[in-house]
Design a protein around this ligand. Structure first.
Ligand SMILES: Nc1ncnc2c1ncn2[C@@H]1O[C@H](COP(=O)(O)OP(=O)(O)OP(=O)(O)O)[C@@H](O)[C@H]1O
Ligand SMILES: [Mg+2]
Length: 373
C-alpha cells in the first residue's frame, strides 16, 4: 500500500516530494511530534473504535494477533500472495472454530512488516477509517484488523485473481479485450463513487497493482493508505505532500502538491494506456524515449489510424477497432495537461458503458509444460 519509497520494480517508483508542503491549515503534526505526544494514533482496538466513532458504518472485526496467526497458518510462506511497501500479504482462512459467531471465509491478510515505519501505521489507520465507512461493489471489502502491541494487520475479502498488474503483465495468457474493458469500467465506477461520496475522497494511488480481481473479473480498488478527503466548500484542492507512484501521478500534482479529483482522473488515463498497450506506465528497461508510457504514446492517441500501432500485440488483433479508438481518445482526455479539461469519472463511466462486450473468461488454470528429451 501507499508508502513513499523506492520499492523495487520500475512500476513502483514512488513519488515523494516536499516540493510543496501541506498548508498550515491542513498540516497534520509531523510524525516526530505524533510520536512524542504518543496520543494521535490508536494502540488498541478500543481506541480504534473510538476514532472510527460515528463514521463506522461498516462493522469491522478486531482480531487478536494469535487469531491472525491461526488464519495464516502462522504466516506460511506458501500462503504469500505478494508484498508491497506496507508488508507481506498472505492468503488465509477464517474457520468456524476460530471464534464463536464467525462465518467461514477465505481472506487476504496484509501484515505490516514491523520495521520502524511510523508512516505504515498512519496508512494502516487511513485504510481502517476509509474502508470502515465506504462500501461499494467496486471497493475491496475490509473484514477486520489487528491492532495489538506493535502488530498492525488488515484483513480483506479474498480476490482470487489477484491484481490487474499481475494479470496484465504476466507471461500467462493475455487478458482478452472484453476483460480489459470490464476492468476499466469497474475501476471507473469505484473512483466515481469515491469522488461523489457525501464526503468526497481522492484515491491518490490509483494503479494496476491496487486494482484487484475476483474469479469473474469483477474489479475492486484496494489500498486507501494514501487516500485523502477531497476539498470541501469552495476550496478547489487539498494541499498535501506529494505522494503516489511515478508513472501514474498527475504532473500538476507533482509540481504543486495541489490534489484534486482530477489527479485520480490522470492516473486513470495511465491505467487505460496500460490496458490498451500491455505496457507498464514506467519501464526502465526500454529505450529512454519509450520509458514513460504517457510521453511515448500521447501524440498517437487522437490519431485514429496510428493508434492501432500501439495496441497490445499479445491481443493478436482480437479487438474491435472502433472501441480501441474510443478508448484511446478517452485516455487522451484524461491525460490533458490542464486538469480542468479532464472528464469527470462519472462521464468516463458513461463513455465506457457502451464499449462493453460479453466477457469470455480465459482458462488460466492450465500451465503447459514442454518436456525436452
Ligand atoms: N484482497 C486481496 N486478495 C487477493 N490478493 C491480494 C489482496 N490484497 C492484496 N493482494 C495481493 O498482494 C499484492 C501486494 O499488495 P500490496 O497492496 O501490499 O502491494 P502493491 O499494491 O503491489 O504495492 P504498493 O505497496 O505500492 O501498494 C497484490 O499485488 C495482490 O497480488
Ligand atoms: Mg497495493
Amino acid at each position: 500500500m501507499g508508502n513513499c519509497w523506492f520499492i523495487g520494480s520500475p512500476s513502483k517508483y514512488r513519488v515523494s516530494s516536499t516540493a510543496k508542503s501541506e498548508s498550515p491549515k491542513d498540516q497534520s503534526p509531523s510524525v516526530k511530534e505524533e510520536q512524542k505526544n504518543g496520543s494521535k494514533l490508536p494502540s488498541n482496538p478500543e481506541e480504534v473504535e473510538d476514532l472510527r466513532g460515528n463514521t463506522a458504518t461498516n462493522p469491522l472485526i478486531a482480531f487478536t494477533f494469535d487469531e491472525v496467526k491461526t488464519i495464516t497458518g502462522n504466516f506460511r510462506q506458501d500462503y504469500v500472495l505478494g508484498g508491497g511497501g506496507f508488508g507481506s500479504v498472505y492468503k488465509g482462512f477464517i474457520t468456524r472454530d476460530l471464534r464463536e459467531g464467525l462465518q467461514p471465509l477465505q481472506v487476504a491478510v496484509k501484515v505490516h512488516d514491523g520495521d520502524n515505519s511510523f508512516q505504515g501505521h498512519r496508512e494502516w489507520l487511513a485504510e481502517v477509517i476509509f474502508l470502515g465507512q465506504l462500501s461499494h461493489p467496486n471497493l475491496v471489502k475490509l473484514i477486520g484488523y489487528c491492532c495489538e502491541d506493535e502488530h498492525r494487520v488488515l484483513i480483506y475479502e479474498f480476490m482470487s485473481r489477484g491484481s490487474v498488474e499481475s494479470n496484465l503483465f504476466s507471461m500467462l495468457l493475455p487478458l482478452p479485450w472484453s476483460i480489459r474493458m470490464k476492468i476499466a469500467l469497474g475501476a471507473a465506477k469505484g473512483l466515481a463513487f469515491l469522488h461523489e461520496a457525501e464526503k468526497p475522497v481522492i484515491f491518490r494511488d490509483f494503479k494496476t497493482s491496487n486494482i484487484l480481481l475476483d474469479q469473474d473479473y469483477n474489479t475492486k480498488l484496494s489500498d486507501f493508505g494514501l487516500a485523502k478527503d477531497g476539498p470541501v466548500g469552495d476550496k478547489s484542492h487539498v494541499s498535501t505532500r506529494v505522494m503516489g507512484t511515478h508513472g501514474y501521478a498527475a504532473p500538476e500534482y507533482i509540481m504543486t502538491g495541489h490534489l484534486t479529483a482530477m489527479s485520480d482522473v490522470y492516473s486513470f488515463g495511465i491505467v487505460l494506456l496500460e490496458l490498451l498497450t500491455g505496457r507498464k506506465s514506467l519501464d526502465k528497461t526500454r529505450p529512454v524515449r519509450q520509458q514513460a508510457l504517457a510521453d511515448w504514446v500521447a501524440p498517437l492517441l487522437s490519431q485514429r489510424k496510428r493508434v492501432l500501432n500501439i495496441v497490445d500485440p499479445r491481443l493478436g488483433g482480437e479487438y474491435p477497432v472502433k472501441a480501441v479508438q474510443k478508448m484511446a481518445m478517452l485516455a487522451h482526455h484524461c491525460l490533458n495537461r490542464n486538469p480542468k479539461a479532464r472528464p469527470l469519472m462519472r462521464d468516463i463511466v458513461d463513455s465506457l458503458e457502451p464499449l462493453q462486450e460479453s466477457v469470455e473468461f480465459p482458462s488460466i488454470g492450465f500451465i503447459y509444460t514442454v518436456v525436452y528429451d
